[in-house]
Design a protein around this ligand. Structure first.
Ligand code: PEP
Ligand code: MN
Length: 372
């Protein structure tokens, strides 16, 4: 059960203390308090953990400071969508709103290689009004002999250039807790010119200790990718690890499943589950066409498979697109064969716009039929 308290309640107020004292006396029930500090107001939610079945919603609603009560199912307690649950499905980070109703494109380098390539990429983003990107500094690689990413050495120039080109959020994978500290430190040293969304890659979806550490910090939002060989439920529980530790600025990423049933795509594209994740949880949903398709194949109409699947995800309501681009894919140190070309970027954006409009028309149509 979740008690959503009235906004801006003071933790030292007598009413709040009275509420906690009452809850502390409930047998077999423990509480966990979550504070969400927003720009306009602070919201406190109190989670009651234990056997809450016998509690009456009416009695609890009448306790001091309680605005409303949500009875939750066992699954995905924090991030899940529960019955009569009108808690927000969005969050703000560095001036950008991420929600189940927004759409942001994170096009960029799979792996940072040179300063020149980072600058070329950021320039094209800025020329097209984009404020988000992806830049991999820490790369989990199948072979220990493959390029592992430049790590913290590249962070200062990546952040400086982001500031120069007005980039507000960079999605960046972390594979170890030390990376979070290195990112924080480099942002600080460069004067916080941009923001970072920490990415948990598919190989780490169930790295529970990493999830707990990333979940305990609240400076950075998190993009968690679906594990490529586990069920959706297992991956959603992994996301819940982040939230249960305190960080609810979580976006869930679909990136295809590892099975040769998807051949000739690198992974079996799973974007049909965009609406499923939106129904089961309040997380915005990201799609990654690059790691799903993994190749520059195209259909007879001259549309890349990566663009087709992006459109399929967007028309189904995706909220974020993570896509690999590279100025000179032949020189990319990671995933060159799946990088889209800089000259394809305007086409990519236009195609997304068409798919997004179609999605909006579809939701309006659904609304119309719900009313008749
Ligand atoms: C990536 O986005 O660079 C990446 C490695 O993705 P995934 O974890 O989905 O393989
Ligand atoms: Mn990659």
């Amino acid at each position: 059960m979740i008690l959503v308290l009235v906004p801006d309640i003071r933790l030292d107020s007598p009413e709040y203390k009275q509420l906690l004292a009452y809850l502390a006396n409930l047998p077999g029930i423990s509480t966990r308090v979550h504070t969400e500090v927003g720009v306009e107001q602070s919201l406190i939610e109190v989670y009651l953990i234990g056997n809450t079945k016998t509690l009456s919603i009416e009695d609890i609603s009448n306790l001091p400071c309680v605005d409303r009560v949500v009875r939750i199912s066992e699954e995905y307690r924090v991030l899940g969508r529960h019955r009569n649950d009108d808690r927000p499905t969005h969050f703000e980070y560095n001036g950008i709103r991420f929600g189940q109703d927004t759409l942001h494109v994170f096009a960029g380098l799979c792996a940072v290689d040179t300063l020149e390539h980072v600058e070329m990429m950021m320039k094209v983003l800025s020329d097209h009004g984009q404020v988000c990107t992806r830049m991999g500094a820490y790369k989990p690689r199948t072979s220990p002999y493959s390029f592992q990413g430049h790590g913290k050495a590249c962070l200062p120039y990546v952040f400086d250039l982001a500031g120069k080109y007005g980039i507000k959020v960079i999605a960046m994978e972390v594979t170890h807790e030390s990376h979070v500290e290195e990112i924080r430190e480099a942002l600080h040293q460069t004067g916080d010119p941009t923001g970072v969304m920490l990415q948990i890659g598919t190989r780490n979806t169930q790295n529970f200790e990493l999830l707990k550490i990333v979940g305990r910090q609240q400076d950075f939002p998190v993009l968690i990718k679906r594990g490529f060989g586990i069920t959706l439920d297992e991956s959603l529980n992994a996301a819940e690890y982040l939230a249960s530790e305190g960080n609810r600025k979580v976006i869930f990423g679909l990136r295809g499943m590892k099975t040769n049933m998807g051949d000739p795509h690198r992974n079996f594209v799973d974007f049909a589950q965009v609406p499923v994740v939106k129904r089961l949880t309040r997380m915005p949903v990201c799609i990654d066409p690059s790691h799903s398709v993994g190749a520059r194949a195209q259909s007879p109409e001259g549309i890349l498979d990566m663009m087709h699947v992006t459109a399929q995800g967007v028309i189904a309501g995706a909220n974020m697109i993570l896509a690999d681009f590279h100025p000179v894919p032949g020189k990319a140190l990671v995933d060159g064969p799946q990088a889209m070309l800089i000259k394809e970027f305007p086409h990519f954006l236009e195609d997304i716009r068409i798919a997004r409009e179609a999605y909006q028309q579809r939701t309006a149509l659904a609304e119309h039929y719900r009313e008749v």
